[in-house]
Ligand binder design. Structure first.
Ligand SMILES: [Zn+2]
Length: 252
């Protein structure tokens, strides 16, 4: 835990330190924070980019995939010469260039119950950048178990969804409370359904901003709302959902 800022920190973060809601104390909080990002794709790239630029002290990134040509139109930490390389290796390399003060821990694996149970203990804030409900529900389960903050994102076509959960608050609903039945991964399948690049950037950027708000304890999260964005109509709306009486989350 570091409690001061050096000259280089002060200049690097000057545009956010000047914000009343941040200041030197807020910047120190950001520098001491530990954030786990699961998925280094369309959402994970902008999340890792903004959080490292903001000065997050430790970023964990989990992904087992390699960069392929069809990723580049939206996954904005990769370029054409990264094709065939492991995503987490490239993220680590790029973030070191963006901000040498950010420590990166890479997990070249598919997240499951067993490995997340060990990994999650090292982080305070969890961000979902995955493209499937199985992973989202595992993150939901262990974030509840260890009372973490979890920011979930989902994108398809021109549409995006965001959920914010703070599981220290016992009244908060969970991701399972929203999805009463098991949703099909087909709706998140970028290969068959298609996806526009900018929706990944917009949703990932909102997720990064929600994490920074949580670190600083400023503003409001979505809590019992889901944020729904439609870039075709430019409709941004929130829909309320409730904690489900018999939700599986009560057993975690
Ligand atoms: Zn629930």
């Amino acid at each position: 835990m570091k409690n001061n800022l050096n000259k280089s920190h002060i200049e690097r973060y000057s545009r956010q330190i000047v914000l009343k809601n941040v200041g030197a104390i807020g910047q120190i909080k950001i520098n001491n924070s530990k954030v786990l990002i699961v998925g280094a794709g369309g959402l994970g790239c902008p999340i890792a980019d903004y959080l490292s630029r903001a000065g997050v002290g430790t970023i964990g990134i989990a992904d087992f995939d390699k960069v392929n040509l069809s990723n580049i139109h939206r996954q904005n930490l990769y370029d054409s010469k990264d094709i065939g390389k492991y995503k987490v290796d490239i993220v680590k390399k790029k973030i070191k260039l963006i901000n040498p003060f950010t420590k990166i821990k890479t997990y070249k694996k598919k997240i499951n119950n067993k490995n997340l149970n060990n990994i999650i203990k090292n982080f305070d804030f969890i961000v979902d950048g995955s493209d499937n409900f199985k992973t989202k529900f595992i993150l939901n389960k262990y974030s509840i178990k260890y009372k973490k903050n979890l920011i979930v994102g989902a994108i398809s076509k021109f549409d995006g969804h965001v959920f914010t959960f703070d599981f220290k608050d016992k009244k908060t609903p969970c991701l399972r409370c929203f999805y009463q039945t098991e949703p099909s991964d087909e709706i998140l399948n970028c290969e068959t359904e298609g996806v526009m690049g900018p929706i990944a950037g917009i949703i990932g950027s909102i997720q990064a901003n929600e994490i920074i708000k949580k670190i600083l304890k400023i503003g409001k999260g979505l809590r019992k709302n889901i944020l729904i964005i439609d870039l075709l109509t430019l409709n941004f709306r929130k829909a309320t959902f409730k904690k489900k009486k018999n939700c599986i989350c009560k057993k975690y």
